[in-house]
Design a protein around this ligand. Structure first.
Ligand SMILES: Nc1ncnc2c1ncn2[C@@H]1O[C@H](COP(=O)(O)OP(=O)(O)OP(=O)(O)O)[C@@H](O)[C@H]1O
Ligand SMILES: [Mg+2]
Length: 376
């Protein structure tokens, strides 16, 4: 046959039904010969018409019983293919089909092996990163501890100097001692925050869950901020739901959450002052606490960045308002560790509201009780 067909073209086809002339091969899984004189031009593939071929044979590529592709060959002669040619080409189609199936299977296995190797590499990389992260957190925890001791001593001695325990200070000396105190206190807060975040990230913060009064905890926190609020001309208001009194939580940590939020609300108030409202209410099984302010607000595109570490939303904000951008990151972690959630809503240059929830009955405490009294 090859001696007679001087020129022929071939094309491989992945099987697709509904493609006109290929349909018969698709249905019968047998070769089909088409002559240009018997069919209209639009029945043939474009290459056939472009090259001015006269005969087209389409051979099914079969593996087992399955049709996995088609091979078409075209000739410039009319009535080119004899029954012997067709038989021979059918056998070739069978061979090709099996070979192609094997090649595909081989490629698939290779691909799967590659993906499995990649997954393994990602898993190993994750383990490496986790170990590095843990080492970093441990290093920070140790370093922070070492730094706090001399810093506390420096703060203590500065306070003694300020109180005149080592003799009366002149105005300039008082001013310098004040500066030392403020800087040292800022540094201590920063170290405490870094220590907190690294402990949280290393999973080392253990909550001391106990029954605590929500209104009382809020009032206690407010008393720490009252003076600062007065300085900023900010009015502090509370709205308590009589249905919400006690919850099971770590009181010191709840105070820290409240302090961060109320402190921000006062700190980011407008220059002329404003109002900060703390609302506490019962929402099903949760206590819902909101801190709203009438302050500088947050641009919509920045709300999603609020709880990221070291994120201060506008350049120069730390010079103007102080802080390092860790407060909200710690707050979110502490809320979530309690089993609650925190969200923020804001209108730029108008107001902001931070709302967090805490379970009224803590599952953390329950699991400890369950360990102590199994079956109770
Ligand atoms: N109530 C608020 N009104 C307007 N902007 C706020 C408010 N609370 C937070 N922000 C913005 O979110 C940023 C992150 O707050 P976050 O409390 O984490 O950091 P910070 O107050 O700047 O520093 P730190 O809390 O560590 O002392 C702030 O720098 C500020 O840009
Ligand atoms: Mg803050």
């Amino acid at each position: 046959m090859l001696g007679r067909i001087v020129t022929f073209f071939y094309n491989m086809h992945r099987i697709e039904s509904g493609k006109g002339i290929f349909d018969a091969v698709y249905a019968e899984k047998k070769p089909v010969v088409l002559d240009a004189t018997d069919y209209s031009a639009d029945s043939f593939p474009p290459f056939f018409i472009q090259e001015d071929f006269h005969t087209l044979i389409i051979i099914p590529l079969i593996s087992g019983d399955e049709l996995i592709g088609m091979l078409s060959m075209a000739s410039y002669q009319t009535k080119e293919f004899t029954s012997i040619d067709i038989e021979l080409l059918s056998a070739i189609g069978q061979q090709l089909g099996t070979t192609m199936r094997n090649v595909w299977l081989y490629e698939k296995v290779q691909q799967e092996l590659k993906e499995r190797k990649k997954l393994q590499e990602v898993h190993l990389e994750n383990l490496r990163l986790e170990a590095a992260d843990k080492a970093k957190s441990e290093f920070i925890a140790n370093m922070s501890h070492e730094l706090r001791t001399p810093l506390n001593s420096s703060i203590g001695f500065s306070e003694l100097l300020k109180q005149g325990m080592a003799g009366e200070l002149n105005e300039k000396q008082k001013h310098y001692v004040d500066n030392i105190l403020t800087s040292n206190q800022f540094l201590l807060t920063l170290i405490n925050d870094i220590l907190d975040i690294s402990k949280i990230e290393a999973g080392k913060i253990e909550l001391v869950i106990d029954k605590m009064s929500v209104p009382e905890t809020i009032q206690e926190t407010l008393s720490l901020i009252k003076e600062k609020a007065m300085k900023h001309n900010v009015l502090l208001k509370t709205e308590f739901d009589p249905e919400l009194e006690f919850i099971e939580a770590d009181k010191q940590r709840v105070k820290q959450i409240l302090f961060n939020l109320i402190n921000n609300a006062v700190k980011f108030s407008k220059e002329e002052g404003g109002t900060v409202t703390i609302t506490a209410k019962k929402e099903g099984a949760m206590a819902q606490i909101s801190v709203s302010d009438t302050g500088i607000g947050i641009k919509e595109e920045n709300v999603c960045k609020l709880f990221h570490k070291f994120e201060q939303l506008e350049s120069g904000i730390s010079q103007k308002y102080g802080g390092t951008g860790l407060g909200l990151a710690i707050t979110k972690q502490l809320v979530e560790q309690h089993g609650g959630t925190i969200t923020a809503q804001s209108k730029y240059r108008a107001e902001s509201t931070f709302t967090f929830t805490l379970p009224i009955i803590s599952s953390i405490k329950k699991s400890i009780q369950a360990k102590i009294n199994p079956g109770s």
